[in-house]
Design a protein around this ligand. Structure first.
Ligand SMILES: Nc1ncnc2c1ncn2[C@@H]1O[C@H](COP(=O)(O)OP(=O)(O)OP(=O)(O)O)[C@@H](O)[C@H]1O
Length: 346
């Protein structure tokens, strides 16, 4: 069941004494991960030595494409099996459990690509959350009066959740008729059917119309304000800054940095991770010349690094050799070059 709600001041104070480093101990961790690894062929997709998730807060999980964020989610929620490692919730080991068993213990997740069944009604999709994640109960299935009572309770809860996410007017529509953003809300409603303690959201904002973004952000904050622990994967740094209490950064399978959202820029590892992972990729811009996708994340990382340099009394006339050496498009530059590479938009 959800725990007591923390105020913004309490949440901020909680992290005051937490080290700004990978694997930092938290004052009251709900999830603890140790030695978790997953390899695909020769590729180490996840290799997390130690990670603690603070109870009752929103933890943002960021990292360049292919950093291992979704694979870590898959492992923690029982959708994939690790090669090594353990993880626990409140000291209870969770390894080897299936998704519905984990849901019964209070951990649920949503997916990057929504799993709504388009030929089913919105209401039935939400009702599925109960059977998907709670598991069928043999006794309930055998005794019709118990089954009916359970069905009524499930329908009632599904309707309450649809109202919470302003989807009640669409209860009888087919899920296929919903917009991308509404499908994200539907997924959240479905995940909440089991009254979880920990909610893991994989890119909840991806593909969402800007008009719905604020509403979705509000819903995610509301989960925390109801006492749930939220872990979410996100690429948009504005979203990360807006709603995270703490941020965990992954690159090449490992946690490489942890910090409050406003202190990410002081981590050279973060900037290097974004630059290093994109040095061989084309930069992407929209029609108006604004960076998009990974290029946008890279631009934010560079801006933050520059702001940090200025704040700490440095100047930008001699950019960091590390940054320059890894700069996208810097092919042909000397590895330790001190001349800024010329950036051309495609
Ligand atoms: N089932 C799989 N089989 C083979 N390789 C996989 C599989 N799943 C993930 N990978 C690889 O593992 C690495 C980590 O992938 P993952 O999807 O976890 O990263 P991510 O950080 O979530 O990336 P993105 O931000 O692009 O979603 C990638 O190199 C990916 O290609």
């Amino acid at each position: 069941m959800p725990d007591a709600t923390l105020s913004a001041a309490q949440r901020s104070a909680l992290f005051d004494s937490v080290a700004r480093e990978p694997g930092a101990a938290k004052p009251d961790p709900i999830l603890v991960v140790d030695g978790l690894s997953r390899t695909f062929g020769g590729l180490r997709a996840v290799d997390v030595a130690h990670l603690e998730i603070q109870r009752g807060c929103i933890t943002g999980l960021i990292g360049p494409n292919g950093a291992g964020k979704t694979t870590l989610f898959n492992l923690l929620t029982g959708f994939d099996r690790p090669d090594t490692g353990t993880w626990s919730m409140d000291g209870m080991p969770l390894g080897g459990l299936h998704p519905h068993q984990l849901a019964r213990r209070g951990i649920v997740r949503t997916f990057q690509l929504t799993k709504a069944l388009s030929k089913m009604t919105v209401l039935d999709n939400v009702r599925l959350g109960a059977t998907d994640q709670r598991g069928e109960r043999m006794l309930g299935a055998l005794l019709p009066w118990m089954w009916h009572r359970q069905e009524r309770a499930v329908t009632e809860r599904a309707r309450e959740l649809l109202a919470r996410f302003a989807l009640d007017a669409k209860a009888d529509d087919l899920a296929g008729s919903l917009s991308g953003g509404q499908r994200k809300l539907l997924e959240m409603a479905r995940a909440l059917m089991t009254e979880p303690t920990v909610v893991m959201l994989d890119e909840p904002m991806a593909g969402v119309n800007p008009a719905l973004t604020q509403s979705l952000l509000g819903h995610i904050k509301a989960l925390r304000d109801d006492g749930m622990t939220v872990v979410f994967v996100e690429h948009d740094m504005d979203v990360i800054r807006d709603i995270s209490d703490w941020v965990v950064v992954m690159a090449q399978g490992s946690v490489i940095a942890e910090a409050p959202p406003d202190q990410l820029s002081s981590s050279p590892a973060v900037v290097d991770a974004y630059l290093g992972s994109h040095h061989d990729q084309a930069l992407e811009f929209d029609d108006e010349g604004n960076p998009v996708g990974a290029t946008a994340a890279l631009a934010v990382a560079i801006e933050e690094a520059e702001a940090h340099t200025l704040e700490s009394g440095g100047d930008l006339s001699e950019p960091s050799a590390t940054v320059l050496a890894d700069m996208p498009g810097a092919a042909g530059q000397p590895e330790t070059g001190t001349e800024p590479p010329t950036q051309e938009k495609p």
